[in-house]
Ligand binder design. Sequence first.
Ligand code: ACM
Length: 761
Amino acid sequence: MNRHALCKYLRSCFFVFTVLLAPFYAAANIIPKPTNMALGEGHFSLTHHSQISYNHNTAKPVAEQLARFLRAPTGYQLPVTQANNTIKQTIAFKIVDLPLNKESYQLIVKQDFIEVKARTATGLFWAMQSLRQLLPNEIESRMPINRQSWLIPSVEIEDQPRFSYRGMHLDVSRHFFDVAFVKRYIDWLAMHKLNTFQWHLTDDQGWRIAIDAYPKLTKIGGTRPHTVVGHTYDYKPLFDNQPVSGFYTKAQIKEVIEYARARHIEVIPEIDIPGHSSAIFAAYPELSCHQQPVSVQPQFGIFEDVLCPREDVFEFLAQVYKEVAELFPSQYIHIGGDEVIKKQWLASPIVKQLMQQHNLSTPEQVQSYFIKRVAKIVQGLDKKVIGWDEILEGGVADDALIMSWRGTEGGIEAAKMGHQVIMSPYQYIYFDAYQSRNLDEPKAIHGLTRLKDVYQYDPQPSHLTDQQQRYIIGAQGALWTEYIKTPRHAEYMLFPRLSALAETLWSNKANKSWSDYSQHRLPNLLKRYQQMQINTANSSYKPIISSEVKDNELVAKITTDIAGPTIYYTLDGSEPTLKSAQYQQPIVITKHSQLRARSYIDSQAQLVGDARLTLSPHLAIGKKITLKNPAAGDSAVTLQDGKFAYDQFYSADDYAIFYHSDLDAVIDFDTPTLIKQVSLGYNSGRHRQLHPPTKIQVLGSDDQQNWQNLATITQPQGPMSVLSLAPTKVRYLKVIAINAKQSDDIQIPKLPLYIDELAVN
Ligand code: ACM
């Protein structure tokens, strides 16, 4: 009986497809999306009769990798043999002499055979990743699944990467991740067709690579006795009692490099100098200018200790980079160069002398001198130098590649100068930032990098010329691990943002579509991740609450980045359930309310998220406010937008920030107005303790000359203070909040006063 007759017999093809075949049948849901793909009729059926062939020894390892990959879920021991012709029931890997990009491939799936063609083994390997995603998600199981066959849809694919550099970074200093985890990490990059792994091996909080000539780097610099609990910039930081320790031996590093090589991934080591070097000074204090003892840092952030631009220091670095260069076959070594505080250089007679000797007039030029010396060392080892974009300051070393992290400006400047650029702007592709503002997100460093932001980021700014754009060879995502202590947490931060980055880096720009990615292919990939037992974030399905003041009304809106979920909400602070109100349209807030929302995802049959926003339609909204001292942020808007920040994660945008002064605000109500209560918000609700003011004072006046004290509190507690007044009519209201500790001594001030809302009722 042929297929049509069978359909007739069962009366409904639809029934056959949806009920009988669908569970075994993968649609062509490949991420990153291939350049060209045409679906055909029918499918290839993988069974224990299938075979794998290769036409050339170069293709043999990939053929064997596929056989190994398939063995666990299918239980099949598929033979891998050499053959020039494509035989029936065979998956044939072929190295072909076509004028293709070295990473591109063709993949043809017919009912009788599968043919994979590429000029290199790398192309074949990426083809295998596509083939893997054409198989049902259960192929990711590492336990055998009892099935008669595994169906692969007929398809013809021609595919090639948009960028040659497709990277992902991992910080193993702040928290140490063992070899087994690093190998899994490499597997994940390979699955997403990323070809570069940057291993951030050293930082203030731990030195993680064995250097024979300097054993104390790992013996002393590889351990810190304790770590800050909570956020490093908390008002009162606490410390745990748990040492963090660990480093990789040279044998382990070789094992990882070989593992990555077999997956067509280049491993770039980063040895970060001359800042971020506290772990070096813990071991060898003589290498700083002050030569005083320094600890491996138990806190995060940036520190003043810096390598001294002295000959013995350059000799030390020459030896370190020599050992690193011998170990890593990569064409690149990353030398860091970020976040250097120059205070110690400016205080050092040695540096003063150096500046005179070399005619250097600024600390940036000292940094440039330092980096150029190190670049020469590394280039002398036959390696190309990569540095963070700070190495542009004071004059960039010849031929250095710039990794642009403080935004895209450094990368743009470097591209205009003709330097190769790797984009890694923190706003878009740092995966240590929050994925949503829902309170069920785990603690993150700060910032908000939604999946959609990652997806929509384009590494080549459109205002650059074609020539300048060509200097941008790709981009790299970063996973900094200050607040990521475990593999499960790392997975959560990485997935699914890694898939969005992969599509940005691999897929043709014209092929990118947020709706196609998020509506069709991502839901399937999330199921695949589940098969892989990856702890994946659902953040893009969670509610996003926003509010605006419109015609003197406070209006709240709830959306989701991925369209589809039903949103349930409450206005009384209780947890939304499936019985709560369904969100249909913007909500007018008529009284002080805590709006809470959750999303129901049909395909996962679960409620996700915990979005909260406290809104208050108070008397000062829309009134003129005058600040005696300037604040960072759009103060007048932030202070009177009706939104409190205490049930949000810390985000600088929520606050008027007073770095060096007190809040001293006057609100003009236009006419005498009855005032009963003033509320001041100054803290975030989760994961970060900001600095409360030491005193709050409220005064009233009718003429701005004579002020009457209405209320004062000292040492306020909690995330906000509510000051009740004897009901008073005033035209002008003055609110003063005293900044506890003003600080301007380092690049990221630790002790500003944050005020999120000044509510008057
Ligand atoms: C960096 O994030 N400091 C490169």
